[in-house]
Design a protein around this ligand. Sequence first.
Ligand SMILES: NC(=O)c1ccc[n+]([C@@H]2O[C@H](COP(=O)([O-])OP(=O)(O)OC[C@H]3O[C@@H](n4cnc5c(N)ncnc54)[C@H](OP(=O)(O)O)[C@@H]3O)[C@@H](O)[C@H]2O)c1
Length: 251
Amino acid sequence: MTRTAIVTGGTRGIGLAIAKQLSEDGFSVVIVGTREKEAYAEQLKWFDENERDYLYVTGDISNKEDRIHIVKMSVSHYGKINLLVNNAGVAPKVRADLLTMSEESFDYVLGINLRGNMFLTQLVANQMTQQEEKGIIINVSSCSAEVSSVNRGEYCVSKAGVSMLTKLYADRLSSEGILVYEVRPGVILTDMTSTVQSKYEKMIEDGVFPIRRWGVPEDVALAVSAFAGGKFPYTTGNYIDVDGGFHIKRL
Ligand SMILES: NC(=O)c1ccc[n+]([C@@H]2O[C@H](COP(=O)([O-])OP(=O)(O)OC[C@H]3O[C@@H](n4cnc5c(N)ncnc54)[C@H](OP(=O)(O)O)[C@@H]3O)[C@@H](O)[C@H]2O)c1
C-alpha cells in the first residue's frame, strides 16, 4: 500500500535529499517550498526522470492559511498522510550578537522554525488521528538545540524549541499510535552554511568534528529514512545526532 510523506523545505539541501530518499523507500512525497513549482524545475527533474510519484505544494509554513493548504492538498491528493518531516527552516538573515539581535529577526526565525512546525504538526496530527493508518512525525532540529552560538541566538532558541515540541507531541500522540522523532544535524554542506563555509572548513581541518568531513544532506536523509521505516516501534520522543560525533565532550 502506498505511503505518503510530507517533506517541508523539500526543494533544496537536506529536504531535497530527504524527499529523494523517501521516494527511494517507496513513499509518495509531498514536497513543500515557498515559491511556485516552476522555480524548482531543476531540483524536481530527478522525480520526473525516475517516474516517481510526488506532489509539489507551494506554502510558507509560518502562514496559517498556507499550512491548512498544505494539509488539504496532501489529503485531497493522496487521501492520507503517513509521515510528516518538519525540515523547513531558516537561519537569521544577519548574524548579530545576542546583545544587538533584533526582535524582528527573532520573530522571523521563530515564526518559521518553531511556530510553523508546531502548528503544521498540530494539523497533521489531527489528520493522522482520524486515519486507520496512524503515522510518524520527524523533526529536523540542529546541534544548535544544545550548542550555544551567541551570534545567532534566535536560531538556537528555535531549535531548542523544536526539541521540546518533539517531546510534547511524542507524549501526547503515543496513545494515538503516532510516533515522533528528531534528527539533529551538525554542520551540513547546503545553501544555509554557504555563507560560513570557510569557518566550518577550518573547524573540520582542526579536527573539531571527530569524523573529519562535511556532513552532506544524504547523511541526514538516511537517518530520517531509518526512523520513517517503522523499525523503532517502542521508541518515541528520541533524537539522533547526525553530526560526525560533534556532540561528544572531549578532554
Ligand atoms: N545545513 C546545516 O548545516 C544544518 C545544520 C543543522 C540543522 N539544519 C536544519 O536542516 C533544515 C534544512 O536546512 P538546509 O541546510 O537544507 O537549508 P536550506 O538549504 O537553506 O533549505 C531550506 C529549505 O527550507 C525551505 N523553507 C524556508 N523557509 C520556509 C518557509 N517559511 N516555509 C516553507 N519552506 C521554507 C526552503 O524553501 P525554498 O527553497 O522555497 O526557499 C528550503 O527548501 C533546516 O531546518 C535547518 O535549520 C541545517
